[in-house]
Ligand binder design. Sequence first.
Ligand SMILES: C[S@@+](CC[C@H](N)C(=O)[O-])C[C@H]1O[C@@H](n2cnc3c(N)ncnc32)[C@H](O)[C@@H]1O
Length: 228
Amino acid sequence: MIDASQHQEEFPPDSLTTLRHGHSVSDEKFDRIFSGNSRSLSSRHWTPMKVALWAAKLLGTGPDVRVLDVGCGPGKFCFIGEATTSASYFGIEQRLHFVEEAERIRLAHNISRANFIHGNMIDLDWRDFHAFYLFNPFLENVTGLARIDQTVALSLEHYNTYVDCVVEKLRAMPLGTRVVTYHGFGGAMPEGYIMRQKKAIGTAYLDLWVKEDSALHEPLQKILDRFE
Ligand SMILES: C[S@@+](CC[C@H](N)C(=O)[O-])C[C@H]1O[C@@H](n2cnc3c(N)ncnc32)[C@H](O)[C@@H]1O
């Protein structure tokens, strides 16, 4: 006969619980939360654990913070952020099958502060969020090697439209908006965003940008000129 208490002790708690308790989890172990297809895409397309932990910290950890993961796949970054901060996470994803998978995981694990939206990030009002995470989401439009699958239309035209759209959406955000990029997003940050951290991590850089009052960053010479 199986002794229930012994049985429980023999099995380690799941990855989300481990993270919630402040312990790290390997990518290999965390990715067991996903289906075989998503697991096989993880090392190339989903944010690695150590990068996600840093990015979540940089985006803001308080209970009032609403973070948008632009192109969230099956939710890896959102799940890690939710488990390790008090912020609320939202992921928008154009591929329905990833959103359905993220939703299944969310429900199965009673994850309360991660939410998933099916759609194109172009159609979403970004002003509902305070902070944005971009892991080079549009790259597969321009490199055949990084293609996830054939379920969405991909082209150089899409790439240029998406990159321009991100720049315009970020330009319209209020002061205090935080943006973290991993491998960039393909464009240049609009005026007003100051790079507050650049960290070499994983296979690239994690950059933190904060929209600040540009008057506070006027070149010294310009300020001195006013007193002449
Ligand atoms: C590199 S993966 C990053 C996944 C996730 N952010 C992470 O870090 O684990 C990029 C994802 O963005 C999605 N994506 C690309 N363009 C999109 C768009 N215009 N709107 C919504 N999702 C998009 C892709 O389908 C893919 O799942």
